[in-house]
Ligand binder design. Structure first.
Ligand code: 5GP
Length: 121
């Protein structure tokens, strides 16, 4: 779908269009999962929809059920790929200014491979 508030030149849009490189660990029709360029943990994967959604609010309102389900399927795929089923991980979404979202394309951080520590320091 098209969102008039969406910046088509953001870096994740370029990664989706394969105009910018990324270390992709999983991909299907609806989502792309790739390594964060500045990892904050041994496993730091970004899970993003391929649709043009600028943030979690936009996605919550405008994404289809299929697109929403695909995000959860992506979490499961990445957990399996990195063998995090037993030790767990943290999944974070930053939204807007107060959430300190830097890239204006919805993304979930999946962090694991060590004890991630307390939620807010
Ligand atoms: P935010 O603060 O918006 O939640 O997180 C943006 C994340 O995107 C940061 O963790 C940052 O390291 C990552 N990032 C920014 N630019 C790139 C890039 O070009 N490639 C990859 N793989 N990650 C990026």
């Amino acid at each position: 779908m098209t969102n008039s508030n969406y910046d088509k030149n953001n870096i994740f849009a370029k990664i989706i269009r394969k105009e910018a490189k990324a270390n992709i660990v999983f991909e299907n029709k609806h989502i792309l999962c790739f390594k964060d360029i500045f990892p904050k943990a041994p496993v730091h994967i970004l899970i993003i929809p391929k649709g043009q959604f600028k943030d979690i609010f936009d996605f919550s309102i405008n994404a289809t059920s299929e697109e929403k389900k695909a995000i959860y399927d992506g979490f499961a795929e990445v957990i399996k790929i990195f063998g995090l089923e037993l030790d767990g991980c943290r999944i974070i979404n930053n939204f807007g200014n107060d959430g300190r979202q830097e890239v204006p394309h919805l993304h979930f951080h999946l962090l694991g491979g060590k004890d991630i520590g307390s939620m807010i320091s």
